[in-house]
Design a protein around this ligand. Sequence first.
Ligand SMILES: NC(=O)c1ccc[n+]([C@@H]2O[C@H](COP(=O)([O-])OP(=O)(O)OC[C@H]3O[C@@H](n4cnc5c(N)ncnc54)[C@H](OP(=O)(O)O)[C@@H]3O)[C@@H](O)[C@H]2O)c1
Length: 286
Amino acid sequence: MMNGKTVILTGANSGIGKATAAGIVKLQGRVIMACRNLSRAEEAAREIRDETGADSTQLVLKQLDLASLTSIQTFCQDIIKEEPRLDVLINNAGVYQCPYTKTEDGFEIQFGVNHLGHFLLTHLLLDLLKRSAPSRIVVVSSKLYKHGHINFEDLNSEHSYDKAFAYSRSKLANLLFTCELARRLEGSGVVVNALTPGIVRTNIGRCIRVPVLAKPMFNLLSWGLFKSPKEGARTSVYLACSPDVEGVQGKCFADCQPQVLLDKATDQEVASKLWDISEVMVGITT
Ligand SMILES: NC(=O)c1ccc[n+]([C@@H]2O[C@H](COP(=O)([O-])OP(=O)(O)OC[C@H]3O[C@@H](n4cnc5c(N)ncnc54)[C@H](OP(=O)(O)O)[C@@H]3O)[C@@H](O)[C@H]2O)c1
């Protein structure tokens, strides 16, 4: 049970995030839904309340756009002012295979939102998490990390852009971030673990064009073969709440089981270099 513990969950209004929020409030947790669009967040909160019977204090809505460093800073300032403790941070929000776009601060959107935005968010909330120890950080990655590579010479894809590669790179960055953060958090009482949710029926494919004639077949297949959001959220809820993983540090889970990653996702040298470059990119000076 979460008995009033506070969880910040990014991308809580849709797909895996929304199902994760529902799973946590069912365990009596309190979820701060960190969403870029407050009216979508309100609608999702209403649906979660209807489904779970959660009371109004269990779901708190807060605006957060991970494509804006200013928005992340404002969000964290408010949280630090308003929240005496933070038990769990779940870095769940993500974008997938978008056409080439940049964030407000000029980062390629998938690297910017999926990796850099969460990198700064975690950095700014880390003291609060440490003061609230034992506390947890959960990072939602993807098995598609396998096709990624951290090409330090073109992290913003200014020389060439391949939307599938950029997604895989951002999800590899999530795992390298988990690896380096776990090393830095040793002995702090804060643990960080990642997960890959599997293929889940959500809104993640909004940038992918399925030809009109193929749509009914695609929908049929997705209902038959993909996980439901609730199934896809199971490992997120497990890592956020379960006593089974108390003290477990720096692992990646799938279906609530630890998994073995390719060497490129645990390469300490690349992880540390990515950390240093990410600090420079988001303007962390300490
Ligand atoms: N679905 C899968 O098969 C699958 C597989 C592997 C990994 N994943 C990972 O699972 C996570 C959740 O994805 P999902 O499948 O649940 O997709 P989803 O239904 O599209 O949900 C993604 C969430 O991220 C939010 N988001 C996007 N850009 C944002 C920004 N700039 N600032 C703040 N929030 C932002 C979205 O907000 P809006 O609703 O406002 O757009 C939405 O709430 C992602 O990290 C994804 O990479 C998914």
